[in-house]
Design a protein around this ligand. Structure first.
Ligand code: FES
Length: 152
């Protein structure tokens, strides 16, 4: 059933006429043209669609718009909202932590959420945070290097 939903994304409020059970990912990408979050599995398993909700990592394909209503949402675009890249984004560029790059949204959002909760996470905490973020290219060595740089 469609009704007006109010979402706060990257500091801006949006009133949207969408079904309350629509996945947040679809609304971010299709209605708000925010293409940082990627569609991977659509099942909450790969992490490509990750966003921050109230500063914590959430899988936008598995969160309904109704569940996200009234809670601050930040996408990859929002990390650089002031025109300057987040240090996590900079670390991934410096370390070239990508092959195809499709998973990087999830990797960067996950490390940002980790840093929000834990200022100086150790190697075990970094690996634990990334455990459900899949990279099908096998670029894990570079991704871990970038994550360490961001957390160091
Ligand atoms: Fe959401 Fe894979 S697309 S977890």
């Amino acid at each position: 059933e469609r009704h007006m939903i109010e979402l706060t994304v990257n500091g801006r409020r949006h009133r949207l006429d969408v079904p309350g059970d629509a996945p947040l990912l679809h609304v971010l990408r299709n209605d708000l043209a925010l293409r940082g979050p990627k569609y991977g599995c659509g099942l909450g398993e790969c992490g490509a669609c990750a966003v921050l909700i109230e500063g914590r990592v959430a899988r936008a394909c598995a969160v309904s718009c109704a569940a996200a209503e009234g809670r601050p949402i930040v996408t990859l675009e929002g990390l650089a909202a002031d025109g300057r890249l987040d240090p996590v984004q900079e670390a991934f560029i410096v370390e070239q932590g990508a092959q195809c790059g499709y998973c990087l949204n999830g990797m960067i959002i996950t490390i940002r959420a980790l840093l929000n909760a834990t200022p100086a996470p150790d190697e075990a905490a970094i690996r634990h945070a990334l455990r459900y973020s899949l990279c099908r290219c096998g670029t894990h060595v570079e991704i871990l290097r970038a994550a360490r740089r961001a957390c160091g």
